[in-house]
Design a protein around this ligand. Structure first.
Ligand code: SAM
Length: 380
């Protein structure tokens, strides 16, 4: 493969799940500079890799049971990127400036031998010779068993999702009757293995688990202090299966006001550019919490994230309707690293996505009406 031989066309895909274009390979290939900039001047720093589209939970806001039932056709094994393919692409992304990789899914710990992939990714170095910030988002169900092996393989940190401390509420939300205690055991194991501080993600759905905000804050500050950072996520209109409604969203500003009444808070500055969470500190020194307000206070202008789906499609926005089929470049086009690198550079240079900001202004974002990708497929 040498020239610009692959047209940027929309190709039919095996299961017709989502649209994807085959990326063009530029005629002139330039070495990666580590300094990509998109159409809005945003760099590429953070890559989220979905390693499986399967999950053992059926959270109603993400993979509702009625849709993701026994008959649902998950991706066949052969569609998934292999660990070698993931690592090859990750190496190219790192040369383009990515210094943080988050493994996600679906439930990433369902992917067999995940620690082998972690070890392969842990070998990568940024252009400055630095190790990657290698992390994982998990529902915690298998973490107690796997934390030590993941840490030994080179994982640096873990984020654990937990939506309630109350067992009945949590079992109802995960919809597979999974107990809170086992997730807490996973968090303990992650901390014992040296994967701390652990971030704990709580999606807040008004009328469902908003009564858990103060108990969750209480538990995590008292038990773990600065070793656990609780982050409240606004319920997002991601995908198209969760029946999202604005009145189910609890705006972060309201949440902070509510929490501040029990535990007085003050805002903190961002640690790194492009951070998704706004940080708040307990005034009594009990640690910090974060809020991720992608519905009410969109942060598109700082978004430096790309997502690689389970079957190797590059997505430039969590709310995208179509991706760029990098697996095609690897498997069918047999493109070289330099060609794939050139294709990625061009895709990033053209990126202008800012779905949440446009939606926040009351306008219909581009692609509205088309089917958005589901979070379990693209990776949260
Ligand atoms: N299975 C892993 C987990 O549970 O963390 C990783 C994948 S999950 C899709 C990643 C994160 O996305 C979780 O914290 C989950 O709660 C969050 N999430 C899923 N659907 C969401 C939605 N509609 N709004 C906000 N957060 C959502």
């Amino acid at each position: 493969m040498g020239e610009a031989s692959i047209p940027a066309s929309v190709i039919p895909i095996a299961d017709q799940r989502y649209r994807a274009a085959v990326p063009s390979i530029p005629a002139t290939l330039r070495p990666a500079s580590g300094q990509l900039s998109d159409a809005l001047g945003r760099p590429l720093r953070d890559l989220r890799i979905s390693v499986t589209d399967r999950c053992n939970f059926r959270c109603s806001y993400c993979m509702p049971k009625e849709v993701f039932d026994r008959d649902y056709a998950f991706l066949p094994q052969g569609s998934l990127l292999s660990f070698e393919e993931i690592t090859r692409l990750a190496r190219i992304f790192v040369a383009h400036g990515v210094h943080k990789i988050r493994l996600t899914g679906g439930e990433p710990l369902l992917r067999r031998h995940l620690e082998t992939l972690v070890a392969m990714l842990a070998e990568l170095r940024t252009p400055d010779g630095e190790k990657l910030d290698l992390t994982l988002t998990t529902n915690g169900s298998l973490l107690a068993r796997k934390a030590a092996a993941l840490q030994a393989a080179g994982l640096r940190r873990a984020t654990v999702s937990l939506d309630a401390l109350d067992d009945a509420i949590f079992r109802r939300m995960n919809d597979v009757d999974f107990p809170v205690a086992d997730v807490l055991a996973g968090i303990d194991a992650a901390l014992a293995a040296g994967l701390g501080p652990v971030k704990v993600n709580m999606v807040v759905k008004r009328g469902t688990n908003d009564g858990e905000i103060v108990p969750m804050a209480h538990h995590f500050r008292d038990r773990y202090g600065s070793q656990a950072v609780l982050r409240f996520i606004e319920y997002m209109d991601v995908g198209s299966t969760n029946g999202w409604r604005m009145d189910h969203v609890l705006p972060s500003a309201e949440l902070i006001e509510h929490l501040d009444a029990t535990f007085p808070l003050e805002p903190l500055d961002a640690q790194v550019a492009g951070e998704t969470a706004q940080r708040w500190r307990y005034l009594d020194g009990g640690g910090e919490v974060g809020v991720i307000s992608s519905v009410t206070q969109a942060f598109c202008r700082d978004c430096n994230r790309a997502r690689l789906s389970t079957e190797g499609r590059l997505y430039l926005c969590l709310f995208a309707t179509h991706g760029h089929d990098l697996r095609h470049l690897i498997r069918e086009a047999r493109a070289s690293d330099a060609e794939i690198s050139g294709a990625i550079a061009d895709i990033w240079a053209a990126r202008a996505d800012r779905y949440s900001e446009i939606r926040g202004h009351g306008a219909a974002p581009a692609g509205s009406g088309e089917r958005k990708v589901e979070m379990h497929y693209i990776g949260g």
